[in-house]
Design a protein around this ligand. Structure first.
Ligand code: GLY
Length: 636
């Protein structure tokens, strides 16, 4: 038999086995007792329905890009409710209820290097329920515990005898949670399955330096002795095995961590909970890895066919490709573009890491297109913007792949020549970054695989030196703006500010910048607004911007301290971390002195709006829940 025929046979056998496996879990249930085995869509629905039936309002997932400027991504379901949990806003007013439930898109960068094991993901979904403050129907610890047990045991069929719970044992500042212990006992969890743990495991939040937080109780599930390490102290948070897995975190939010690092008691108590969706799903489908659940099963089998290799032989590679394609799709659909900064840099790392791993199983450029489409199909009914952003997703990955493809082979060739060294210098790794497009983390990972040290400090120094040089170059270029690309950039920056102000005047002051991007052809502007703009509104915004271009407003630049700038009413892009001194750009009518726009911005601008000639909106679309996106051009 030829090698190829042998491989094909292997793949078909594997295919058949996974099919039998699938039929098995759908008909007979998993090997774990009386669980009701279900596909992912059903679990999401069961959870949302369960809480809706109990008076909770279903709130759609917010974007992966949070409104809080101090965090890069949405990492938990409670983030969009932070102001309600700390009592600064009223959820009854804004959501029609104090009891909320959601399935939230989350992204955690801390786990990128761990992708490939059974449980970690960059993108994942989190199920959660909230009780905010306590009105007459409000619930706190007891309600949260009761609901959790009811859902897990009565709805999902988990065995109560296999549940473990953990509670906060207290420290100098915050007392032991004896109330939670008593409640767990009251609802049938015996003391030998209640573990008291320290702050590291049983105190949750805040998400950034300050914010609502509190002690928590985690619910863990014993998957069975056969998966254990056999140690007598094996249980929740075991360092040696994954027999007992965490499935639900119930946070009893009673505190607010302030700027001084002190825990103040909140005026209200809240329940905030989080279930790692993929993990619970794996448990319900009797799989130890989420990559083997229905979310990824088709993806993995198709990857076997396309790569002519087996998942079982290449688990890490398959999983990295699956995880990174899925998370890149979600990041791009929420407006991230690859770059060397912040969120864009994370996306670049994911895409380049995915491409590098795809080479290990001989996948060719653009192989990922059909896999992106599979993922879009899988999620389009839950997160419709993956569908509406389909072209953007594919085009963005294509552009990034083309960029990286130009250099990756030479880069890998250079690395081949460096594998005998004990250490790579900062300059060498910087060269891989600068000339061959290898993110630092990718070089670090390759070096680690080969047991090589890397001078990371040296890399950072080389990067800083390079940035200083290019900044000096850019200043020169913008200083004598001639007919170069700087001119278009300056015009589009100014056009972006005019658009921002016009949107606020036409749609209302709830409009806030959620993202923006400029290239040689167009500007792109994401802003908070829930409804599609009507053709009349689009025209009104366009007309207003054109009017301001015609009037020839002066554009004035002032340098000032960030606090002063904000106090003066200058708009800021709140996802940005600003330096102490910022540039404030004001556009005003020199006759009436009336200010049309005032914003903090590091970009270059024109001196007079008349330089823009004309402005046109070419697209208005949804970017993510509650966020619209406009693309516009000038001078046409
Ligand atoms: N906010 C609860 C959790 O993320 O676990």
């Amino acid at each position: 038999m030829s090698f190829q025929a042998h491989k094909n046979l292997q793949i078909s056998v594997y295919f058949l086995l996974s099919l039998i496996d699938k039929v098995n879990y759908l008909t007979k249930g998993s090997q774990f007792g009386n669980l009701i085995v279900m596909e992912s869509y059903k679990l999401r629905k069961l959870f949302l329905d369960f809480f809706e039936e109990r008076g909770h309002k279903i709130v759609p997932s917010s974007s992966l890009l949070p409104t809080d400027p101090s965090v890069l991504f949405t990492t938990a379901g409670m983030q969009q409710f932070s102001l309600y949990l700390s009592g600064r806003k009223d959820s009854a007013k804004d959501f029609g209820s104090k009891h909320l439930v959601s399935c939230q898109k989350c992204f955690r960068t801390g786990d990128i290097e761990e992708i490939g094991d059974d449980t970690h993901h960059t993108f994942f979904e989190m199920l959660g329920n909230w009780s905010i403050g306590q009105d007459e129907n409000g619930y706190f610890k007891e309600g949260a515990i009761k609901y959790a047990l009811e859902f897990l045991v009565d709805t999902l069929g988990l065995e109560k005898e296999r549940l473990f719970v953990t509670v906060f044992k207290g420290d100098g500042n915050i007392p032991r949670d004896s109330e939670a212990i008593e409640l767990w006992k009251k609802y049938g969890i015996p003391m030998e399955r209640i573990m008291e743990c320290s702050k590291r495991d049983n105190f949750w939040g805040p998400v950034s330096d300050t914010g609502p937080c509190g002690p928590c109780s985690e619910i863990h599930y014993d998957r069975g002795e056969h998966l254990g390490c056999g140690r007598t102290d094996c249980g929740p948070n075991c360092d040696h095995c994954k027999r007992v897995v965490e499935i639900w975190n119930l946070v009893f939010m009673q505190y607010f961590k302030n700027e001084k690092g002190e825990y103040e008691l909140l005026n209200q108590t809240n329940i905030d909970t989080g279930i790692g969706f993929e993990r619970l799903l794996s448990l319900l489908q009797g799989k130890s890895a989420s990559y083997e659940t229905d979310i990824f099963a088709d993806f993995i089998s198709q990857l076997e066919i396309v790569s002519k290799t087996r998942y079982d032989d290449n688990k890490k590679t398959f999983r990295i490709i699956a995880d990174h394609i899925r998370s890149s799709m979600f990041l791009i659909s929420d407006g991230v573009e690859p770059s060397n900064l912040g969120q864009g840099y994370v996306l670049r790392r994911l895409l380049r890491r995915m491409i590098r791993y795809s080479k290990l199983i001989n996948l060719k450029p653009k192989f990922w297109i059909e896999f992106v489409l599979m993922m879009i199909d899988k999620y389009k009914d839950i997160y419709p913007n993956v569908m509406s952003q389909k072209e953007e997703i594919i085009e963005t990955i294509k552009r990034e792949e083309e960029k990286f493809e130009k250099t990756i082979q030479s880069g890998l060739g250079i690395i081949e020549k460096m594998v005998d060294k004990k250490e790579w210098s900062g300059e060498e790794v910087f060269d891989l970054y600068q000339s061959y497009g290898f993110p630092l983390e990718l070089s670090l990972e390759i070096a680690k695989e080969k047991g090589i040290n890397v001078d990371v400090n040296g890399f950072n120094k080389a990067l800083e030196k390079h940035q200083d040089l290019s900044r000096a170059g850019a200043e020169k270029k913008f200083g004598g703006v001639g007919k170069d690309s700087g001119e278009v950039g300056a015009k589009l920056h100014t056009a972006t500010h005019l658009l921002h102000s016009a949107l606020r005047k036409v749609l209302g002051s709830h409009v806030k910048q959620m993202g923006s991007d400029i290239n040689a052809e167009r500007l792109r502007f994401d802003f908070s607004h829930t409804e599609k703009m009507s053709p009349e509104q689009i025209k009104e915004v366009e007309d207003l911007v054109n009017e301001k271009i015609k009037q020839g407003l002066l554009v004035k630049k002032e340098e000032m301290e960030i606090d002063k700038a904000l106090a003066s009413g200058a708009l800021a892009f709140f996802k940005e971390k600003y330096p102490d001194m910022v540039n404030v750009w004001t556009m005003f009518d020199s006759d009436s002195e009336e200010v049309f726009s005032k914003e903090i911005c590091a970009g270059p601008h024109v001196e007079n709006t008349s330089e823009l000639m004309s402005f046109k909106i070419i697209k208005e679309e949804s970017s993510s829940a509650g966020v619209r996106r406009i693309k516009a051009v000038i001078n046409q």
